[in-house]
Write a protein that binds this ligand. Structure first.
Ligand SMILES: Cc1ncc(COP(=O)(O)O)c(C=O)c1O
Length: 376
């Protein structure tokens, strides 16, 4: 069947043998606390990033539909050509107000935003310090920058400061997730910000899992946030000063060389932001944190570790096969909690990643919990 097909088969066999093969399975229902995978198979969904339960929200879907009716389905060009529409500007103004920054600039995804951000600010003469558990998009962004990249041990501010002190470079950037996507713990942002200030370094923070979830905004020179998780839509932004956003507009290759986010998506995110920033958003956050506390309590009663300072709970099991085994037993019991394996997490730390949302009821949390008791 050709060289590419031969290579693909060999590589796939190798992945299969190591328990690392991945495949797609389509949902037959919208995103939500309960979803349908196989026909008739209703599952409690503990594997989404839909933290405020907005991905399936009818009001946001209506804003998307109205946006598409008014502006069309596609942007038809890059922002810098003719893909630049009023809703994108309106959204950027709202996002800057939400972030408390001078400006914000839209990107097509969080992945694109990270790959834009890091290479725009550092290059071959520079130093980047990256937390050992940073998201893959940050890892790729660092590689793209061609800067010297040093990985500091997870959340180890002292190690980061040591590297900042010892390694000479034209510019220095420390980059970190704010809530770590697969571990659910939080970066010591205040301490990192102080260390950066002492050493004239920039701090870039990826708020993918924090935006809409944590009310407070932590200090950062460059803040990246996704619209695909708590905001329930798609796309991302970088927030900062006007000059930061103007530099990105001029340098960010994922923005310059890619068709803009459709304006209808901007309409949907505007609607979502309105909900997230209003009293309903506060109510949804309160519900989410109640669920987090209830789930943590349950985990602890099983003698399992539970941090409860984010909606993400890792149950580290070790090998891919162990994680797949527990995931499949949970699914038989009506709970979808996917196995997370390398390269998403380091070798030897395959896990189940549970993620709570505001859409879960007490009954969902308790049912998930009793399934877990049986499955482990
Ligand atoms: C920490 C982190 N950064 C960036 C991304 C990428 O965001 P997006 O899904 O919008 O591309 C994700 C998730 O996918 C993430 O977990």
């Amino acid at each position: 069947m050709g060289v590419a097909d031969d290579i693909a088969r060999v590589e796939l066999d190798a992945l299969r043998a190591r328990g690392l093969l991945r495949a797609l399975e389509p949902l037959r229902s919208p995103a939500g606390a309960e979803i349908e995978l196989r026909p008739g198979e209703r599952l409690i969904n503990l594997s989404s990033n839909d933290y405020l339960g907005l991905a399936g929200d009818a009001r946001i879907a209506a804003a998307l539909a109205e946006g598409a009716a008014r502006w069309g389905a596609g942007a038809a060009a890059s922002r810098l050509v003719t893909g630049n529409f009023l809703p994108q500007h309106e959204l950027e103004n709202e996002l800057a107000s939400f972030e408390g920054t001078e400006a914000a600039l839209l990107f097509n995804s969080g992945y694109a935003a990270n790959c834009a951000l890091v290479p725009a600010f550092v290059g071959p003469e520079d130093l980047v310090l990256s937390d050992a558990l940073n998201h893959a998009s940050i890892i790729d962004a660092c590689r793209l920058s061609r800067a010297r990249v040093e990985i500091y041990p997870h959340v180890d501010v002292g190690a980061a400061e040591h590297l900042l002190r010892e390694i000479p470079a034209r510019r220095k950037l420390v980059v970190t997730d704010s809530i770590f996507s697969m571990d659910g713990d939080r970066a010591p942002l205040r301490e990192l910000s102080e260390v950066c200030a002492r050493h004239g370094a920039m701090l870039a923070v990826d708020e993918a899992h924090a935006t809409g979830v944590l009310a407070e905004k932590m200090p950062a020179d460059l803040r990246m946030a996704t619209h695909s998780k708590a905001l329930g839509v798609a796309g991302a932004h970088v927030a900062g000063t006007r000059a930061v956003c103007d530099l990105l507009l001029n340098r960010a290759r994922p923005l310059i060389f890619s068709t803009a986010l459709p304006p209808a998506i901007a309409c949907a995110v505007l609607k979502s932001l309105q909900i997230v920033r209003g009293p309903e958003g506060d109510g949804r956050r309160a519900r989410l944190w109640r669920n987090v506390a209830r789930f943590a309590e349950g985990l602890r009663s099983l003698g399992l570790p539970a941090r409860a300072n984010s909606p993400i709970f890792p149950l580290v099991l070790g090998t891919p096969d162990k994680a797949l085994g527990v995931a499949s037993r949970l699914r038989e019991l009506g709970v979808l909690a996917k196995a997370i394996r390398p390269p998403t997490v380091p070798a030897g730390t395959s896990r189940i990643r549970f993620a709570l949302t505001a859409a879960h009821t007490d009954a969902h949390v308790d049912a998930a919990f009793s399934a877990l008791r049986t499955a482990c």
